[in-house]
Design a protein around this ligand. Structure first.
Ligand code: PLP
Length: 365
C-alpha cells in the first residue's frame, strides 16, 4: 500500500483522452502540443508522446523539459524572455513565439535559425474570471494592432492565439474563431501556421468532435495554415485522483473531517478559483466538510455526502486532480507533498516519485 497523500494517474483513462486527440489530429489535420504549464508529470510522457505531436511551454525550464522528456515538436513561448536565457531557449525549440513586437525585435536575429511567431490577442475571450482572462482590459498577453503586426511580417511565419478558457461549448469556440478570422484575416492570410492555444474542452463526453474537426479544417484551408492546438486540461482531464486519509473528525455545527492534504499546497486552483473538489459517489445521509491539514482557516476541499459516518483512517479520493495541481504543489506548512503513482494499463500501480524531508529542506536555504 502506498502511503497517502498521493496523486494517482490512471493510464487507461489517459489513453482515452489520447485516442480522442489522435482522432482529432487525423480528421482535422491539426497538430496537438501538450501545454506543460498544466501538466508536466514526465513519467507518462512515453504514452502521451505516441498520440501528440510535442509540447508547448511558458518558460526556459518548460521548453527544456519538453525537449528532453517528450520530444517531437517543441514550441517555446514566454510572456517575456530575459537576455541571459534566450540562447538556451532557442537551442531547445523548433519554434519560438514572442509575446510582443518588442521582444520579437529584440531577439529575432538570434532566433533566425528556427521558426518565429507572435502571440495575437483578439481582445475577446471565453473566460468570465478576470484573473484568467487573456483579453482582460490592459492585458499584456499578445499584440492586437493589425497595422503594427503587418510591419514585422517579414520576420515571422505564424501566430499563437490563446483566448479559450475551460470552454466546453463548441458553438462558443466557433463564435470566437469567427471573430478571430474577421479581426486578423489580413495577418492570417500571410501566415504558414496558427496555434489556437488551449482551453478547448474537446475531450469532454458530449463534445461534438466531428463538427470541431470540420471547423478546424475549414479554418486551415481558408488561410492555408497548419493549425496547432495546445491542450493542457483537455489532455489529462479525468485521469487522476488525489488519494488522502482521514486523520481526525470534529463537530462544530457541522461534521468536519481533516485529511492528510491541503488545497493550498496540493490543489491550489480550488482556492484561487473558489471551487470545490470532486468526490464520488457523494451520496448518503452523512454530510461532512472535508478540510485540509494546513493552518489556513479556509483550507476546505468541499462538503460531501457519505453513506456512513467517517472514521479516522478512512481513505478518500478526490477526482480530476491532474491539471494545475502537480505543477503547482508547494511546501506550505511543511505538509508532505503527495507522492506520484501510476496505474499502468495492466492495472498494476507503480510509485514513481515520493517526497521527503530532504526535498522540503532543499527547497530553501
Ligand atoms: C494555459 C495555456 C494553454 C493550456 O490551457 P488549458 O486550459 O490547460 O488547455 C495553452 N496555451 C497557452 C498559451 C496557455 O497560456
Amino acid at each position: 500500500m502506498i502511503q497517502t497523500p498521493y496523486y494517482l494517474i490512471d493510464k487507461t483513462k489517459l489513453l482515452r483522452n489520447m485516442e480522442k486527440i489522435a482522432y482529432i489530429r487525423e480528421k482535422s489535420g491539426a497538430k496537438a502540443l501538450l501545454a506543460l504549464k498544466c501538466f508536466a508529470t514526465w513519467s507518462v510522457f512515453d504514452l502521451m508522446s505516441e498520440y501528440m505531436d510535442g509540447t508547448t511551454s511558458s518558460s526556459l525550464y518548460e521548453v527544456k523539459l519538453g525537449r528532453e522528456k517528450f520530444g517531437g515538436e517543441t514550441h517555446a513561448y514566454s510572456v517575456a524572455y530575459a537576455d541571459h536565457e534566450i540562447d538556451e531557449v532557442i537551442s531547445n525549440a523548433d519554434k519560438i513565439i514572442f509575446n510582443s513586437i518588442s521582444q520579437l525585435e529584440r531577439f529575432s536575429d538570434k532566433a533566425k535559425g528556427i521558426a518565429r511567431g507572435l502571440r495575437l490577442n483578439p481582445q475577446v475571450s471565453t473566460s468570465s474570471f478576470d484573473l484568467a482572462d487573456p483579453a482582460r482590459p490592459f492585458s499584456r498577453l499578445g499584440e492586437w494592432d493589425v497595422s503594427k503586426v503587418e510591419k514585422v511580417m517579414d520576420r515571422i511565419s505564424g501566430f499563437m492565439i490563446h483566448n479559450n478558457c475551460e470552454n466546453t461549448s463548441f458553438s462558443l469556440f466557433d463564435e470566437m474563431l469567427t471573430k478571430i478570422e474577421e479581426k486578423f484575416s489580413p495577418l492570417l492570410e500571410r501566415a504558414e501556421w496558427v496555434s489556437l492555444g488551449g482551453g478547448i474542452h474537446f475531450t469532454g463526453d458530449d463534445y461534438p468532435v466531428d463538427e470541431f474537426c470540420a471547423r478546424l479544417k475549414a479554418f486551415s484551408e481558408k488561410f492555408g495554415v497548419q493549425v496547432y492546438l495546445e491542450p493542457g486540461e483537455a489532455s489529462i482531464t479525468n485521469t487522476t485522483s488525489l488519494e488522502v486519509t482521514v486523520l481526525d473528525t470534529l463537530f462544530n455545527g457541522k461534521n468536519l473531517a481533516i485529511v492528510d492534504s491541503s488545497i493550498e499546497a496540493h490543489m491550489l486552483d480550488l482556492l484561487i478559483y473558489r471551487e470545490t473538489a470532486k468526490l464520488a459517489p457523494n451520496e448518503g445521509s452523512e454530510r461532512y466538510l472535508i478540510c485540509g491539514k494546513s493552518c489556513l482557516a479556509g483550507d476546505i476541499f468541499g462538503e460531501f455526502n457519505f453513506d456512513k459516518p467517517l472514521q479516522i483512517g478512512d481513505r478518500l479520493s478526490f477526482l480530476d486532480a491532474a491539471g494545475y495541481t502537480m505543477v503547482k504543489k508547494n511546501w506550505f506548512n511543511g505538509v508532505k507533498m503527495p507522492a506520484i503513482a501510476i496505474r499502468e494499463l495492466d492495472g498494476s500501480i507503480k510509485l514513481v516519485r515520493d517526497f521527503n524531508f530532504a526535498d522540503f529542506e532543499q527547497s530553501l536555504s
